[in-house]
Design a protein around this ligand. Structure first.
Ligand code: ARG
Length: 576
């Protein structure tokens, strides 16, 4: 049930009957204050202006035509022409019952679309570092949400698995293997990369061989292909461990690295030339874009092929967008990439649109995010100033959570402690990130994210166990609750209304790719439940009717919290 959508529909119809032009926006929102009702429609003023009509007059006309029989029991007009809607409690109660009866919390069906979500995208022969964390967990929350709504989601892990550096890496792998050293693990790949680079810079014969391998690899040479595959495999096996630890749904089959588009690149360059979009400039092939200007005010040139024949990151992203539309049949493509790559994407997509590779009806969306900062407000680094490896970060999260939980529960078994530390530690890191509006930089702060107060994972996970335990203590099964939900107390009605707004949060996250909206919703829900629980006794209720009705509210709260956290990729436990 999407109350906002339902009321929007009803108010739009009323406005239309009152003489408004078609497609006038009803602008229905959740009200910020109880005296303004549960929802308010703010569209009257804009429409009245268009019609040259006094807004209050239009509001009165619309309200008289508004069909909310059984849904609302009061509709007010306030100020210049705001319409305030007070929902009917019997109707709300019936919606609560419907949500409880549905395994999907009565979420409205959608017209399923094929959505491609580009996220995580680490680089081969490098370890994942904190720079990949945000893309990985925000992207995954988005994917979970879109799938929950019923869309067909294709996870696209745009791994950096191609480029001239692979000649050097293959040559170095060969060198190590021939010296009889055991196969390197990715944990030392950071070192491997550095050593390869050093050898390349210092050893001319090695560099010569490396350059030869680049050409051979691009030509599809068997040996180079095998060596390259080995590098990819080792890297992705190691990254998979991180995904599993993070409770991220990516698997090996989601890898669609840069190499996938390699064969398309010559054709793209030729086609862009044929279409008159690309031109030769000092040996390179360049697309000049009017909409991007250099400092001098000239159209900006985007190189798609270098003088030496090499293709660029942009060329790959042009091919990649084309592939996602043509081959994967995407209806919409979402990219979770940091904000520093915004211009790159805009340029690639401008070319994609001009060339007609993806029609305007298929949105290409950059859901960007800022950087992770340390407490000092500077980019988050190790003490020595190096990049922080993701595996080290997760180890620390686990260690801190273990200490925190052991301190609170001295009698916990070792096994229980381990599970809980995992759920809370990883949850804390993820939730801290997801709960912030993603467009800005955010400060990584252990103490804040592991606090049991505030909008944090431990608070939310604990809130879930508390709500779930109320139900357990009643000794009843959900199936044994046969008496209806009755919303007599204001706190019951407030909680019920918020519970029914779950779908609005889900829909917003699906549309805008903003998991923090879900976090804020769940945090608010948990707070409302606390107040309700304080004011409206459940287990000691006066009658069986009230007991069952309130237990149903508790049950739906528990299920909503769990479902919402699951969409964020945050695990819950039954006891902590
Ligand atoms: N591998 C890149 C990096 O580490 C991110 C790739 C993002 N996706 C894309 N389609 N360009 O920065």
């Amino acid at each position: 049930m999407n109350i906002q959508a339902l009321l929007s529909d009803k108010v739009s119809q009323a406005l239309l009957s009152a003489g408004a032009p078609a497609a006038s926006e009803a602008q229905v929102r959740q009200s910020a204050k109880v005296q303004f009702g549960d929802y308010q429609a703010n569209g009257v003023m804009t429409v009245a202006k268009k019609l040259g009509m006094p807004p209050r007059q239009l509001a009165e006309k619309a309200v008289a035509l508004l069909e909310l029989e059984g849904i609302a029991d009061k509709v007010d007009i306030a100020g210049p022409g705001f319409i305030n809607i007070f929902l009917n409690r019997r109707w709300l109660a019936a919606q609560v019952e419907a949500a409880l009866a549905s395994p999907r919390l009565n979420i409205s069906p959608v017209a399923p679309q094929t959505l491609v979500v580009d996220y995580s995208a680490p680089n081969v022969a490098k370890e994942m570092h904190v720079g990949h964390l945000r893309s990985t967990i925000i992207g995954d929350a988005s994917v979970r949400t879109l799938e929950f709504l019923g869309h067909n989601v294709i996870r696209a892990n745009h791994v950096g698995d191609w480029g001239t550096q692979f000649g050097m890496l293959i040559a170095y792998l060969e060198k190590i293997q021939s010296s009889g050293e055991p196969d390197m693990q990715l944990s030392s790949l950071e070192e491997f990369y550095r050593a390869a680079k050093k050898t390349y810079d210092e050893d001319a014969a090695f560099a010569e061989r490396a350059r030869g391998y680049v050409v051979k690899l691009q030509g599809g040479d068997d040996y180079c292909r095998r060596m390259w595959r080995k590098l990819v495999d080792i890297t992705m096996a190691q990254n998979q461990k991180i995904y599993d630890r993070l409770n991220v749904t990516l698997t090996r089959k989601d890898v669609m690295g840069e190499s996938l588009y390699n064969d398309m690149l010559p054709g793209i360059v030729a086609d862009l030339k044929a279409k008159g979009l690309a031109v030769e400039s000092e040996g390179a092939t360049v697309v000049y874009l009017e909409e991007f200007r250099t400092k001098e005010g000239e159209p900006m040139g985007v190189i798609i092929q270098k003088k030496d024949g090499a293709y660029l990151y942009t060329t790959t992203d042009i091919a990649c967008a084309k592939y996602r539309y043509e081959t994967l049949k995407a209806d919409r493509v979402l990219y979770y990439i940091d904000s520093r790559q915004h211009q790159h994407l805009m340029q690639a997509w401008a070319i994609v649109r001009k060339a007609g590779y993806v029609p305007e009806s298929v949105p290409l969306e950059h859901h960007m995010f800022g950087m992770m900062l340390g407490k000092d407000g500077k980019p988050f680094k190790t003490r020595a100033g190096g990049t922080i490896k993701l595996s080290d970060l997760l180890d620390e999260a686990l260690e801190r959570a273990r200490r925190l939980i052991a301190g609170k529960n001295p009698d916990m078994t070792e096994e229980e402690l381990e599970t809980l530390a995992q759920v809370v530690g990883i949850g804390a890191v993820k939730y801290a990130d997801l709960s912030k509006s993603r467009t800005t930089d955010y400060v990584f702060d252990w103490d804040y994210m592991l606090a049991f107060e505030g909008n944090t994972a431990p608070y939310m996970q604990y809130a879930y166990t508390r709500v779930a335990s109320v139900f357990k203590r009643s000794g009843l099964d959900e199936g044994e609750l046969t008496l209806p939900v009755v919303l007599n107390d204001d706190h019951e009605a407030l909680l019920a209304t918020r519970l029914l707004q779950f779908e609005e949060a889900v829909t917003t996250v699906a549309r805008d790719g903003t998991p923090h909206v879900m976090c804020a919703y769940l945090y608010d829900l948990a707070g409302l439940f606390s107040v309700f629980y304080e004011r409206c006794p459940i287990l000691t209720a006066d009658s069986q009717d009230i007991l069952q009705s309130r237990l149903k509210l508790a049950r739906l709260t528990a299920r909503t919290l769990k479902q919402g956290l699951d969409l964020l990729g945050i695990q819950t436990v039954e006891r902590m």
